[in-house]
Design a protein around this ligand. Structure first.
Ligand code: 18C
Length: 247
């Protein structure tokens, strides 16, 4: 019964060798390390994080930031989920096979490059919001094991000759996202679905890439980020409930 899920598809416990010889490796490694470290830093430091959504164990904070009149508010969310592991959370966030099932802002997703088992390049178009132009994004995505029982996915904008920006009616947005997850279970016990808890830190900074009214943009993310995190975490709990725990 422990073999019902193909172990190879889960995020690997160590970096895939094919990734370390890719031209993007240095950037992917540096940004992932920085993002994972920042994700686990608290928001208690009083450096301007404002709580804007709270529900159960979920807390969402933002910092108001405008650059040349464009809203780029960094977001930081914390959540706790019972019954799934950090590795499982990251598996469902990273793997394109599940993305349409939980990502509600998506119009279309293409895998542009398969770098390795733990790194992909994606092109995504998003649903259009009135009254602004439709957005798209091109980003690498990397999943890795960090310390003990910790896994994280980092997504960061990149470029690709076959996917030039600001064509086909879409404005290219720029994104840096990190979903960092850490599992815990009672000391001396064996981890099971009944005793495991995963703490999640989700950080996101989106540069809209072109004009978007501040009021509309803030209203959209205040609605969409909580919706995303609730939907995604309950999706993973649901997917995992009849499968053996993968640590
Ligand atoms: O991290 C998430 N998903 C990952 C896999 O898809 C990946 C995606 C990153 C893209 C984030 C940017 C999404 C922009 C969406 C714009 C339009 C959506 C409208 C939908 C209305 C039904 O890392 C989960 C991402 C959860 C995204 C929540 C919304 C964030 C909005 C941020 C502001 C967007 C600026 C767009 C400019 C237009 C606004 C008027």
């Amino acid at each position: 019964p422990e073999h019902t899920r193909d172990q190879v598809e889960l995020p690997p416990p160590a970096v895939d060798n094919r990734l370390t010889v890719h031209p993007l490796w240095t950037e992917i490694d540096r940004i992932s390390t920085e993002q994972i470290q920042a994700a686990f830093e608290g928001v208690g430091g009083g450096i301007g994080w404002q709580l804007f959504a709270e529900e159960g164990d979920m807390r969402m904070y933002r910092r108001e930031m405008e650059v040349d009149g464009m809203v780029m508010d960094p977001l930081k969310a914390m959540h706790k989920v019972r019954g799934v592991s950090a590795r499982e959370m990251c598996h469902y966030f990273f793997n394109p096979r599940y993305r349409y099932e939980w990502e509600t802002t998506l119009e279309n997703m293409t895998v542009v490059e398969e770098i390795s088992s733990d790194a992909l390049v994606f092109h995504q178009t998003f649903k259009r919001i009135w009254p602004v132009s439709q957005r798209d994004a091109l980003f690498w995505s990397h999943v890795r094991a960090a310390d003990d029982h910790t896994y994280a996915v980092t997504n960061h904008s990149t470029t690709h000759a076959d996917y030039p920006s600001n064509t086909g009616g879409c404005i290219r947005l720029f994104v840096t996202v990190c979903l960092a997850c850490k599992s815990s279970y009672p000391a001396g016990e064996r981890p099971t679905r009944d005793n495991i808890t995963t703490s999640i830190a989700y950080c996101s900074t989106v540069n809209p890439g072109g004009w978007a009214p501040a009021g509309v943009l803030r209203a959209v993310y205040k609605r969409e980020y909580p919706k995303f995190l609730k939907r995604f975490t309950s999706y993973v709990v649901n997917q995992c409930k009849d499968k053996p725990l993968a640590i």
